[in-house]
Design a protein around this ligand. Structure first.
Ligand code: ADP
Ligand code: MG
Length: 716
């Protein structure tokens, strides 16, 4: 009950009461400030209100309308504790125009006195009408002695340990004290300086102007413009923020360009490893694969570290591109690491790459090493040795690859699959694996979740992007159907038919938010049910809690084709490759994100057989699927294009899905909104290089202001 707390923190009419509260809360409050990242004056000055309260005027009680949030002032003419229907303190406040009852359900005996008869009070809250006259429930109450503020009162985002009053004071002090030199050179005026001629807003908004205004706006401001952040003061701030973001990425990129990386030139002739691999492959590369291989090869041959994102829809064939890059690296005498987010995925890469590369590497006296979490000690020790002495030319694994004990002899290239599933810290750790030679490895990040253009331009401005925009030939498009889960029986028949025809089927169980245990019991029950409904079909179960060895055994069975149906939680989400699988059933599809559904769907349609994906949806108690849920699922049925789906997902869910760990913990954009502020983003993209070029000191100052110590995160 926030109202109760507010009242007890700021007890009525006690002079200096608020001061005492602040002192008492000083230490935990200060800690809370730090936790919110509000360490420097500038951080506080940039901590902007969520909303405002109007304490600038007093409304005569008689003219306060029901439902309105108002501030009234008067003298207490009655104060008593009522016991029925609920224990409560009822205070009657009277001004020249009328009276109003203030009711408190939670109060201390002292309040009875501080709001005693004859005391003059100010109360702020929502007016309720009612037969018995006007009332306010749990109003915020203050002594009436203070002057009315001239500006709206800011309400800041805060946490429990940090009282609003304390935070307000901290922000106000910081704002008054902080130096806010302008960092935007006149030639780079943001579009926010072009003003709206209505509202009398035709003056240049400097940073200080904008901040002062946003913390303490005049009471006559158009609140709507403040709320939707279209007000020029907001625009000015968002422009600053976007510029900082672009600058930091550009700066990170230039810094990286100064670093040395091994020059990896492809060997020439038929004896080159990559030529041998191409000759051994059972297929021809697509034109798109050729193109991205070229782009990567060009980067590898340069002496600055590559930092490239390889994006391509599910099934577009990124793995072989990575393998070819690895070949170039290995031929040049260096090691390549390939890191995948899950063991299953790492395993698959391993199986394929070993199949492709091991015979070729063996001829050269080198091999492939494999590192995962639950490995046996002896095996692991042998792997570590091979990695350290350089005989392991290729190292495949999970997070185990970046552990400290893993010492590469000469890591030249690191490939990160499903990069958005890895944290920034992990990517940084990988980069550091080569520092002992005074160099940086080249980095290739792969993603099947295509990043929409606006995001690529803003969050990934420091990355080079290669895109595989075509699928290998011979794939039949996946047909996607939406079916209500009341028709499960039909689906079971369909599964039986597919398995009867020698095909295989995935059944994905729903994600139950925040409960792995429930996920599990649900998957187990479904497994049981389907086993009973499909006698004669081998039905397997895969979930995230299973020991690695067991997972592996289940995957083996499925891959071998003996297992007809695999029931699983979302552990199969990424990268599993069984071309004989032709039907995917996703239960409670309405609970998944679009990109996630797309990834899941990509598990089928990998062979030549016609494939289908059934999105089972549950209508719940209402008997119908909500409008947005229907829209989203319809989008899935309408297109197989991952980019189109990503675009729609961005519209529906915002950028979180795509950014992964990059933005976790510190949202890099607090104020600007990529979808809404494209004009400002364009400006910032143009301004950043000019600023670095012509005004490097201002650029540094600007970055320091906005990012302080956080810019490290942008380098990964
Ligand atoms: P993803 O991009 O989703 O990681 P994979 O690399 O797993 O896709 O490739 C999907 C499947 O397509 C694999 O079986 C792979 O061997 C196969 N493949 C890759 N490139 C081609 C190609 N040019 N022609 C035919 N099949 C290909
Ligand atoms: Mg893949």
């Amino acid at each position: 009950m926030p109202t109760t707390r507010r009242f007890s923190q700021d007890p009525a009419g006690r002079p200096g009461a608020a001061q005492t509260t602040v002192k008492a809360a000083s230490s935990p409050a200060r800690q809370a400030l730090l936790k919110l990242g509000l360490a420097r004056d500038i951080d506080l000055a940039l901590h902007l209100p969520l909303r405002y309260e109007d304490e600038t005027r007093i409304t005569p009680i008689a003219s306060a309308r029901e439902g309105a949030s108002v501030q009234i002032e008067g003298v207490v003419t009655g104060s008593q504790v009522q016991l029925h229907p609920r224990r409560q303190l009822v205070v009657t406040l009277q001004d020249a125009s009328g009276s109003c009852e203030l009711r408190f359900f939670s109060f201390y005996p002292s309040h009875h006195k501080t709001m005693g008869v004859g005391v003059r009070l100010r109360a702020r809250g929502e007016i309720r009408g009612g037969f018995w006259g006007r009332q306010m429930l749990h109003p915020v109450v203050k002594g009436a002695s203070a002057e009315l503020p001239a500006a709206l009162t800011p309400v800041y985002p805060t946490v429990a340990q940090l009282p609003q009053a304390y935070l307000r004071r901290a922000v106000a002090t910081a704002l008054a004290r902080v130096a806010l030199p302008e960092t935007l050179p006149a030639e780079l005026a943001p579009p926010a300086l072009v003003f709206d001629s209505q509202n009398g807003l035709q003056r240049p908004w400097g940073l200080r102007d904008a901040l002062t205004f946003l913390h303490h706006p005049a009471p006559d401001v158009a609140l709507a413009a403040l709320e939707d952040r279209s007000h020029p003061a907001w625009q000015r701030l968002k422009a600053e923020e976007l510029l900082a973001q672009q600058l930091s990425q550009l700066a990170a990129r230039r810094e990286r360009d100064q670093l040395a990386a091994p020059v990896l030139r492809p060997a020439a002739g038929a004896a080159a490893l990559h030529e041998q691999l191409l000759a051994a492959l059972p297929f021809q590369l697509t034109a798109a694969q050729h193109r991205v291989v070229e782009e990567i090869a060009r980067d590898l041959a340069a002496s600055r570290p590559m930092h490239r994102l390889l994006q391509g829809d599910v099934g577009s064939g990124k793995t072989v591109v990575a393998a070819l890059a690895a070949c170039v690296c290995i031929d040049a005498g260096w090691q390549c690491a390939l890191m995948a987010p899950t063991e299953i995925l790492a395993e698959q890469h391993f199986a394929k790459l070993i199949g492709w590369l091991q015979p070729l590497l063996a001829d050269r006296g080198r091999g492939v090493a494999w590192l995962v979490g639950g490995q046996r000690k002896r095996e692991r020790a042998a792997m570590l040795e091979a990695i350290a002495d350089g005989t392991a030319a290729l190292v495949v694994g999970t997070h185990a690859v970046i552990q400290e004990q893993v010492q590469f002899a000469r890591l030249g290239l690191a490939v990160i699959d499903e990069q958005h599933r890895f944290g920034v810290a992990q990517r940084l750790a990988l980069r550091k694996k080569l520092l002992h030679l005074g160099q940086e490895p080249h980095m290739l990040m792969m993603s099947a979740t295509p990043i929409p253009r606006t995001l690529a331009m803003s969050y990934y401005a420091d990355l080079d992007v290669s895109t595989i925009d075509e699928l290998p030939p011979g794939r039949t498009p996946i047909v996607t159907k939406l079916i209500a889960d009341s028709r499960k029986d039909e689906i079971v028949e369909r599964i039986a038919a597919q398995v009867g025809a020698g095909r295989q089927v995935y059944w994905v169980c729903p994600l139950i938010e925040e409960s792995e245990a429930l996920d599990l019991s649900n998957a187990t029950a479904t497994h049981q049910e389907l086993s009973e409904a499909l006698p004669g079909v081998q039905v397997g179960l895969l979930h995230s809690r299973m020991p690695a060895a067991e997972k592996k055994a289940v995957m083996e069975e499925f891959k071998s084709g003996r297992m007809g149906l695999l029931v699983s939680t979302t552990v199969i989400e990424v990268g599993v490759d069984v071309p004989n699988a032709s039907l995917m059933v996703i239960e409670h599809a309405e609970r998944f994100g679009l990109s996630q559904l797309h990834q899941l769907r990509g598990r089928v349609g990998r062979g030549a057989a016609a494939s289908a994906c059934v999105l089972l949806y549950s209508t719940g108690d209402s008997g119908r699927l909500g409008e947005t849920a229907r829209e989203r699922l319809k989008a899935m049925a309408e297109t197989n294009d991952g980019f189109e789906i990503a675009r729609r997902d961005l519209d529906i869910r915002g950028p979180g899905e795509f950014l992964g760990a990059r933005q976790s913990g510190d949202a890099l954009l607090r104020f600007a909104d990529l979808a809404g502020d494209t004009g400002l983003l364009d400006w910032a993209r143009e301004a950043a290089p000019i600023m670095l070029e012509r005004h490097p000191e201002l650029a540094a100052q600007h970055l320091e202001r906005w990012l302080g110590g956080k810019s490290d995160y942008l380098k990964a």
